[in-house]
Each structure stands twice: as structure tokens, then as C-alpha cells.
Design a protein around this ligand. Sequence first.
Ligand SMILES: C[S@@+](CC[C@H](N)C(=O)[O-])C[C@H]1O[C@@H](n2cnc3c(N)ncnc32)[C@H](O)[C@@H]1O
Length: 787
Amino acid sequence: MAPNPKVVSAFRAMRVLGISEEKVKPVLKNLLKLYDKNWELIEEENYRALADAIFDQEETQAAVQKNERENAAQAAMEEEAEPQEEPERPLKRLRLRYQEGHASPSFGNCSPRSGGNSLKQPKPEEDGLPQTSPPKQSQDIAESFQPNVANIGAGSPPLSPLPLVRNKGKQPVLSKPLSIPERSEPSQPGAASRTQLKEKGKEPLSIQTGPRDKKSFSERSPHAVKPGIVLSPKQLVPSSITLIEPKDEPVTDDLPQFAVPLAVITPEPSGRENSSGGNGSIRGADGPGLVSSQHANGNVRSDGVPPSSIERRITRQLAKASCYSEIASTPSREETIDVTPAGVLSKESKALDVGTRGKQFGPSNGSISINCAPEEACSGVPILPPSSNGMDDCTKKDKNYTGSTCEIDMEYEQNGLDHENSHSLGVVQRRKMSLRDVNDIAKGQENVVIPLVNDVNKEYPQSFQYIPQNVLFQNGYVNFSLARIGENCCSNCFGNCLSSPTPCACANETGGDFAYTLEGSVKEDFLEECISMNRDPQKHCMFYCKECPLERSKNDDLPEPCKGHLVRKFIKECWWKCGCSKLCGNRVVQRGINRKLQVFMTPGGKGWGLRTLEELPKGAFVCEYVGEILTNAELYERVSQSKNEEHAYPVLLDADWGSEVVLKDEEALCLDATNYGNVARFINHRCFDSTLVEIPVEVETPDHHYYHLAFFTTRKVDAMEELTWDYGIDFDDHDHPVKAFKCRCGSKYCRNIKRASSKCLHDLDPQGIEDEHVRFMEPFTRIGLGQ
Ligand SMILES: C[S@@+](CC[C@H](N)C(=O)[O-])C[C@H]1O[C@@H](n2cnc3c(N)ncnc32)[C@H](O)[C@@H]1O
């Protein structure tokens, strides 16, 4: 009997969405029953009802399965019962008072490859900090981010646009924070004026205009890139298998924790404040509230049509459509809301409830909106309600907070606001604020709370909008297409891929084996190679672009030859399209931050820094570098137009340029955490022997134009130790548009210190480095150089 053509059509429509017939069949049956075989209802809107029903069913099943697995995992865990782990792994936003510093056990052996990666490291660079004093908590996190006043200078990270930062070695992934001109000392209040702050907030806007007037990357003919030599992946040791400790998983049943695609930040061309495009407008077919959750769920598309609920589900669950959601970046109001201190400080603001990671994607005030049409986005209309000028309402979260009152209690005044010049940031009013209880800079958007403390002075961090996931700015383009993702996924897997006797398809992308251990750390060999690449790039493969996008962004007319990019090692994590579960051990970075971290004011003149409140094993995931996704051209424009005092936390995503035959401008991406970013924006630089190493991680996309930049520990790190990262800055590059900061990393091998003999780092004995470093650090910290 010939199949019913209606059924065949329904199957076909669902297949396009990546849904198999087996899944469609039972749901379709039910639906027919429900609709009394009224096919019209089912066929409507391209089988929307059917797809919705399928997704609903999947969600329900997934939730049930997840619960079962978690329970099973928990049970297994309890059986194994290895008492050492911290009993309280963050499950969502938790408390976190800080921890006592644990004694650090011995170091993990690092087998130093040429560069000696493994040093036993120096003790916390910032000693002298109250090791035991509890972080100051805050009830209104937003407040914590007031621009502060003085700190901008020192504490504030300088500009470091990638393009600008010429890092000698680690080009690839990197972050080359552009440096900022000598910033005023952190301790000097008033180092940065309000005006300056304002400028920052506006940056995105100005950028918008720039690139458009100018020849954009995309307008140029694509430039070919010479493929670099590809590193033969190191053979990793076969993994033993077991479940990841459930406690380490902050996953909760109700939230889509990982897989949070991107949001797009687009300037608003016709915004009220700046028709040139300076104003980003928040727009979204579904309204702010919905938007935020949509983002959280990873809805993205690029077809120019506002996503329907079904579409959102599709993108969320299957990542089918191209990603394109939007966050208004800088409408005047938004500025008030997101960027400027005023917004941050606004206590009256009753923004959306701050969700946990995954739920709340972008600005928690609901400014994130889905916008499927980039073009449309540019004509955007500001949608932020005037009343939303406050950031997230942290009071909800704080109401349960029972910690001690933060000692931070400062009054400050926002000075020097330049309203006229601010085409974007709205009105920032001068006001005095009282700050206290800074207990979570993430505003509930991470699995854990991240407190901020300042035992050094009365400064507060530069204002910025905390986002737990990257967001697209304007021209940056990231395409998540299921069609492209499919092949590399382990669709036949189930449960925990790390428990499988044979590596899954995703593992094959990482050199034939999983990069992670059962405990969730990066395996030794893999980690060592990544560390070695950073510390001793010359010993690794580099590729040179024929026409380097980075150089072109700096000088389009007469670009300098490519300086070379490292051919990086990648980690490929399982994702939505894989058959494994959310708890699969090959999903680490996408689950977000799970460590107890704290932002603190360093005593050594580096401004704010990040430290761990718990001991971290070697290879542990700490956090991802999150920011706005820009093209190099956009970033360069942004930096060139910004004031010296502005921060910039750019990272160049060029880890795979060499494999591209033709590199389009949209593919030359970078991340900037200046205005939108996560806790990684506080990670300070340390030459050579930093405690963190960045590793590119592929989650959503099979190509490497866009990837996540994740930080893992290079060694065991003690509680209260500062987490640092080697930006790869070339301190001798005096021609660089942005001056590098005066390095105060304290490393024995600081590249910013002139030494009598220039011995190559890779010629040094790692153990020697370690020992000397320890001796070197103490006095350095104590004296407080750089202050
Ligand atoms: C990504 S931010 C790090 C957070 C920053 N300290 C803050 O207060 O916001 C980079 C900026 O921090 C400062 N910084 C980072 N590492 C430093 C170091 N080793 N020595 C001096 N300043 C440093 C510089 O101002 C740099 O531009």
C-alpha cells in the first residue's frame, strides 16, 4: 500500500529540521488523533504544530532522562565516595563565601617541553591579601560595577586590541590585550573621569559607523591564506572511563545550561541618539523578556525572519538555523543600563530576574533580543524601556544571602559625564552611590557566584555588562548550521562518551581521543602541548597568511606581511546534535564556570585580578573568555576611535586561519570584553609562567572561524592564588598604536624587564625558573612595585 502522501510530506518537512521519521511517527499519530485527522492544522505554517509537539516531547523526555541519569550518577558517585572533592560543587548560583586557602599539595609533574612549562609556580602573586578574610559581599552586584572612579586607571585593563597587540609568540588564540597607556595607578581615585567611562560605553557605537564608511573586510576581495603546517596531533592516552562526578556538574534540570549560542550586538543606525549607527538598538520580535530566555536557549538564526516559537526551539535544540540573535549594544538607554555606572547603580531597577547560566544570556535587563535579520537589526528601534536603566535586579538573589556585610562601603561620585558626546550611552547622571556587599559580579548568570573584594583601596571595577556567553556585535558572522555540524557529531553515542570503549566522532576531532579526563581536566599530554605552544611558539608550527587579515585591519593600503599564527590544538566537545547526554564528560567548557573564583584588587599595581578560592588541579577548566564577537576591522576601528584610557580585552580568533583557502572578512573574528564580557576580563597577564593557558574549544561550529577560548590551569593552583594568563604581548613593539602597559607580573622571566643577558626562555631549566621565580616574587609583591 502506497504511503500516505501527507505523511510523506510531513516526514520530509521534519527531516529538513533534522528530525528522524522514528521521532516524527508517534507524535504525528497523536497529533492526528488530537486534531481528528485534520491535516490542515498539522500542515499549517510548515508543520509548525508537529515540530512543536516533537520538541515538546523531546524536552520532556530529556528532562526525565536527565533526572534519571543524574540520580544514577549521583548514586554511583556516592558509592565511589571519594571524599576529597569539595562537597559542594556549585549547582547554580551558590553562595560562596570564600574559602580558606588550602595548602597546596605537591605539584603535578609537568614535563616541560621546550619551554618548560611546568614550573612549580610561584606562590600567589598577590600575597598580602587577606587570605582568610571573606570576600566582601554585595547585595547589589550591579553596584559593584560602577565605573569607578579611580580605578579605571590601574585596575582597568588597557586597550589591547588584537590587532594592536603584536604578540610575539602566541598569536593564535590570543589575546593580546592591548595595552593601555600607562594607566593611572589603581589606587589613585579619579584616574579615569566619568567622561572617559562614558566614552567606553559608546565605543561600540562609534565603531559601527566607522567600518561602514570604510571599506569593510567583506568588501574586499577575499584573501587567500597559506595553510600552515599542521601539527600532527599527539596521541593521547586512551581514556579510562567513568562518569564525571555529578557534583561537578552545575547542570540543572530546568535550564539549558550549555549551548548558548550567540547573540548579536548591532548598532542602531537610526537610533534616536545617533543616526549614524552609533546607537545600538535593542530589538527583538519577541520582546525583551522573551529574548533573554531565547538567548539563553541558544536561539539564533540568520534568515531575516523573526523566529517563531517553533523556530526558536529548533535552533535551540538542533541548532539548525544560522545563528543570529541580537543584543542592542548601545542605544542611549542601553548605555545607561548596561554600560554606564548610572545604569549599574540604579537600585530601583527591576530588571528581569537574573537567571542562572543558560537562562539568562545577555544583559539581564532583557536587552537582548532576537533579531534574525541583520539588516533589520540595523534599522533597529530601541526597545529598552526607560525604566530599565538599572541593570539586573540583584536583590532577589541577595535576599537569600546571609553572608556578612561587605566591608566595601564607598561613596563616589560620577564625574565628568559628557552627555553631549555620548551618542550612545544615554544620560549618566552624577550621583553618589553607596556600595556594599559585592557578592556576585556575574549577577547570577553563572553556576557559581563570583564575589569581588578590595582590600587594597576603595576602587571599583570599570563598568561593563556581564554576559556568560559570547555575543555578536555587528559584522561578525557565525553560522551554526546543523547541516554543517552533523558530520562530526557522535549521533550514535549515548550517556557519557568518555565511558565508551572507543572514542566517539567528536574525540576523533581532537586527535583520536578525548582531551578530557574523567575528572574533567585536560589530559596531561594535550595540556602540555598547549602550554608549550604558548611558551615556546617557535618550536611549533606556524602558518603565514598571504594577506593577513590582522595586518590588513591595521593598514588596509599597505599591510605588513603576516607575522605568523600558531597552528593550535583544538578540543572538540560533544554538543546538541550528539547522541550523548548533557552530562557527557566531553562537555566541559559549555557547562560554564564551576570553580570558586573571586575578583580582587591586586596589591601590585595590576588593578583587578582573578583568583581561585579553592585548590585547582592541573588542567582544570576555569572559565571561558567571553566578549563581543567582532571582525578584526571592527575591532581596529573600535580601538582607534577609543580613548587611551579605555579598556579593551581583545582576543584574536585566528587559531585556524591557516586551514582556510580563502579567508573571508567575516571569518576574521575576535572577541572584545571591554563592554560586554565575563569574569575572564579580570585575568591579568603574566609573562611565560602563567597559571592559565588558553585552548580553543569547538562546541557549536565545525569550522574554526569561531570557537570558544577556554582557560585551563597549567599546574596545580592553590586556593587564593591569582589566575594569570600570558597575553603574548610584545613589550618591545613601540610602534604599536596602543602602548603596552608596564608589566608588573612579577615573573622572573618578565618580557618587560630589560636584562643584561637575553637568554631564551626555552633554554632555561623549568625547575630553575620555578625556584628563582619563587624567590623573585616575594619581594616583588611585598614591595608593591608598580604602585
Ligand atoms: C584584561 S585586563 C585585566 C584586568 C585589569 N587588571 C582590571 O583591573 O580590569 C588587562 C589590563 O590589566 C592590567 N594588567 C594586566 N596584567 C598586568 C601586568 N602584568 N602588569 C601590569 N598591568 C597589568 C593592564 O592595565 C591591562 O591592560
